[in-house]
Design a protein around this ligand. Sequence first.
Ligand code: NAD
Length: 486
Amino acid sequence: AKEQASIITIFGGSGDLARRKLYPALYQLYHRGFLGEHFAVIGTARRPWSDDFYRDIVRTSLQGEPNTDDRSVKHFADHFYYQSHDVTDAEHYVTLKKLAAKLDADYEAEGNRLFYMAMAPRFFGTIASHIRSENLLSETGYNRLIIEKPFGRDFASAKELNDSISAAFTENQIYRIDHYLGKEMVQGLLALRFTNPLLTPIWNKDYISDVQITLAEKVGVEERAGYYETAGALRDMVQNHIMQLIAYVAMEQPATFTPAAVHAAKNKLFTHLPVLTPEQAKRDWVRGQYSASPSQLGYRNEDNVDPESMTETYVAGRIELDDPRWAGVPFFVRTGKRLPAKSTQISINFRPLEHNIFDTVGCNNARVNRLTVFIEPQQGYTLTLNGKTLGASYELEQNALSFVHNQDEINGAPEAYERLIGDALAGDQTNFTRWAEQEHTWNYIDVIRNVWDNSTDLPMYTAGTPGPAEGDALLSRDGFAWAEDF
Ligand code: NAD
C-alpha cells in the first residue's frame, strides 16, 4: 500500500461511531502500511481530556481487533491528539488550525487535511461555516470532508445541509459515506455485471422478469430508538442503501471504472426513477411495525419509544424504472428489523422458459433461472439452473452453481469503513454518493413519507416473522413471490 500523508480531524472523537468504527478502521490502515509515520489525528469533543486520556480511549477501542499487539497499538495511538472543542466557538477553530499546522510540520503531512464529521448532523453546517470563516483549509495540500448518514431527513433538509457544507467544500472534496458501498459484495457486483460476457447481453427487461433486494435485520431497535423514532426504516435504509444497490444493479455500464464515469452512470439511472403520485405510493409501498412475540418486546414497548409510535420498522416497495433497459420490470425491495434472520441479498429472476420440449414426456417442472448475490452474512453468489435428475426416468430438478467466499478470508478482508476511509485518503470518490443522487432519491422518498405521515394504516408483524402479509401481497398481486427465504 502506498503510504498516505494527512492530518485527520475528527469532530465527535469521543462518540460511538469514532470508537466502534473509525479508530479500528484507521488502525487497520496503519497495520497495512497505508498510514505510517506521516499522519496525525486530532480528536475533538466537548469534554476536557488530555492527549494521554484520549490515547487510552483509542487503545481501548482496539481491544479484540485483528492484527493488534501492544507495541503497534501504542505507536499508532501516539499519533492521536485531543482538542476540546465547542462547535459554536470561533476561537476553538483558531486553536484547531494552529494544532493542525504544528502537527503537519511535525509529521510532514504535506499540507493535507481530512475532516470527518462524526457528530449529529445538526452541527455539520456550523462546523463547515467555521472551517471556512476561520480558514482551516490548507493551501498546500488537499482538503477533504467525510460526512455521515443521515444526509438530511427529506429533500428540503438535505438541500439545506448540502448548501451549508458546500460553503466550505466543493463537490469533489465531499465524501458522503454510504457504508453499503464499502461492502465487499456490493463492490463485487460491478465486477460480476461488467466482466462477464455471459451476463451482459441478458441484463435487461427481455430476459429479467423482476429484481428483488432484501436488507433484513434480526435485531430490533437496540439502543438507537432516539434516532430511529425520528427516522424509520424508509429514511434509514431505503433512501440510501437500497437506492444505491438499485443503482449498481440497474445502471448502464460506465465508460471506465473512474469516479466520474461511475457517478455519471448512477446519476443517469436515477433520472429514470420517476417521482410517484400519492396514489402510486399508496399502491406500491407498504410499511409495518413489529409487535411482541413470546420472547421479544414489541417496538412500542422498547426503551425510548413512544407507546403509540407510528414509526415503521419494516418497508416493502415496488419500484419501476422508466428507462429502455428496464421498463416494465418491477424491482421489489424490503427491509426490516426483527425479521427471522440477518440477510442482505439481491435476486435477479430470469423470465420463464417459453417452450418446454419435455412437457410432452410429463416434465413440466422447469423453474426460472435465478442469480442471487449474497452480500451478508454469507458472501458469494448462486445461479440456479434446471437439470435432469439422476436415473432412468426423465425428471427435471433445480441445481445451484454456488460460489461462497471462505469465512477466514472474509475475516481478513478490510471492513467497509476501512475501505472507505482508505479511499478518501487516496482521493477516490467512486464509493461515495454525490449530491445529485441524494436529490433524486429524496424526491422519490418524500412522496411515500407524506402519504404515510397522513395515514393511520400501519400493519403489524410479530417479532421474528418475515414481515406483514401486505409485503407479500405486493408481489403476489403481479404474480410474483419473494424468491429467497431468510
Ligand atoms: P455520539 O452521540 O456517540 O457522539 C457525538 C460526538 O459529538 C461526541 O464525541 C460528542 O462529544 C460530540 N459533541 C456533541 N455535541 C457537541 C458540541 N456542541 N461541541 C463539540 N462536540 C460535541 O454519536 P455517534 O453515534 O458517534 O454518531 C455520529 C454521527 O455518525 C451521526 O451523524 C450519526 O447519525 C452517524 N452514524 C453513526 C452510526 C453509529 O453506529 N454510531 C452509524 C451510522 C451513522
